[in-house]
Design a protein around this ligand. Structure first.
Ligand SMILES: Nc1ncnc2c1ncn2[C@@H]1O[C@H](COP(=O)(O)OP(=O)(O)OP(=O)(O)O)[C@@H](O)[C@H]1O
Ligand SMILES: [Mg+2]
Length: 353
């Protein structure tokens, strides 16, 4: 089992109107400025944000419990960063409400800021300072006493493997080194709720896996985490619950396993000699969603998750003298997920049989 695999834990409560109204009742009876700990750490209720004509976030509701990782997945412009910005007080909330640690994001932003850590999409660190100086500066912003600040900075530099470059100015860092500092900076004040906006974009596979372990460990220690990503495998590895967002709305949600179960869209891609293409298509027979590319001499056959069916199809083609030059089983990609959910047409030529 990879070291970053999540330990099973109690699942999230399903987000129903009853659950939400229960939470809202609890919140309205809690005394202003006191923190109630029985509720989820992050509560977003019918969040809205509009930029001119663009409904960047349109009626978004979700919960994040302590120790839970919720992954926001969505194409560019879906509203992920805007959602995170509203929850961390960086952007105003146009409609709906949000709370972090029992504090209302709109009316108690100072208390919320003390509880959240954010590694944003655009870095918050200062290019002219070193990693050590940046981490110290964040500690000062959070009013952490000097000795404790030093200790925390050393810890984070070791934890995120930054010893080699920690005393060089950030302007000289590689993309991956900067990303590690961004995440470390979000952790200076041991946040109750951690928001990571595309934390591993630009990281090499090893750094990515290392960051995954760190994130999983933070959750295991009780941090509530919201992360956005473009990578299905990242959400798959880390998230207890995935929200797929498109045009500011949740279009699907659930634990990764459940979402994938609904997306058994493996495609067997077979490459044959150009002259054999028509005959090969005929031999495959009627299959929903069958597609071919005459120029590339390839046929894409949706096979679900049935390995035997793929083998049987390959054997059938070979037995009838079709020369197969290459084949691969294509697992569903994030693109496939969006295509199947939004029904947007593919660029491939669909063959109606
Ligand atoms: N300050 C702004 N002014 C105007 N429009 C904005 C602003 N910020 C975001 N938008 C628009 O709101 C929509 C959502 O943007 P957002 O940055 O939240 O998307 P995202 O899901 O984070 O995308 P990406 O994957 O590219 O980071 C987009 O259409 C974007 O152009
Ligand atoms: Mg974004």
């Amino acid at each position: 089992m990879p070291s970053h695999a999540r330990k099973p834990r109690a699942g999230p409560s399903p987000l129903t109107v009853d659950v939400l109204s229960g939470i809202l009742d609890t919140m309205s009876t809690s005394i202003a400025n006191t923190r109630t700990t029985s509720e989820p750490v992050v509560v977003a209720t019918n969040l809205r944000k509009r930029f001119g004509d663009v409904e960047a976030v349109n009626d978004l509701s979700f919960l994040v419990n302590a120790g839970q990782i919720v992954g926001l997945l969505g194409p560019n412009g879906a509203g992920k960063t805007t959602t995170i910005n509203m929850l961390t007080t960086l952007a105003s909330i146009d409609g709906g409400s949000a709370a972090v640690g029992g504090f209302d994001v709109k009316t108690q932003p100072d208390q919320v800021r003390e509880l959240v850590g954010l590694a944003g999409q655009s870095a918050a660190v200062d290019e002219k300072l070193t990693a050590r100086e940046n981490l110290d500066l964040f500690g000062r912003l959070y009013k952490i006493p000097r000795a404790e600040r030093r200790q925390r900075t050393d810890e984070l530099i070791a934890q995120f493997d930054m010893v080699e470059f920690a005393d060089r100015v950030v302007g000289t860092y590689s993309g991956g080194q900067r990303r590690r500092l961004d995440v470390a900076a979000a952790l200076v004040a041991n946040p109750t709720a951690l928001f990571l906006d595309e934390p591993t974009t630009g990281l090499d596979p090893r750094s990515r896996a290392e960051l995954w372990s760190e994130i999983a460990e933070l959750a295991d220690r009780g941090t509530a985490i919201v992360l956005t990503t473009q990578y299905l495998d990242e959400a798959d590895q880390l998230a207890d619950e995935i929200l797929i967002i498109d045009r500011g709305q949740i279009i699907a949600s659930g634990p990764p396993k459940e979402l994938k179960r609904g997306l058994q869209r493996d495609v067997l891609e077979v490459h044959v000699a150009a002259g054999d293409l028509d005959r090969a298509v005929g031999l495959v027979g009627e299959v929903d969603g069958l597609a071919y590319d005459a120029d590339a001499g390839s046929i894409g056959i949706p096979v679900g998750d049935d390995v035997d069916r793929s083998l049987e199809l390959l054997r059938r083609l070979q037995d009838r003298g079709i020369s197969i030059s290459d084949f691969q089983l294509r697992r569903p990609t994030l693109d496939d997920v969006f295509l199947s959910l939004t029904g947007a047409p593919t660029e491939r030529e669909e063959v109606s049989t």
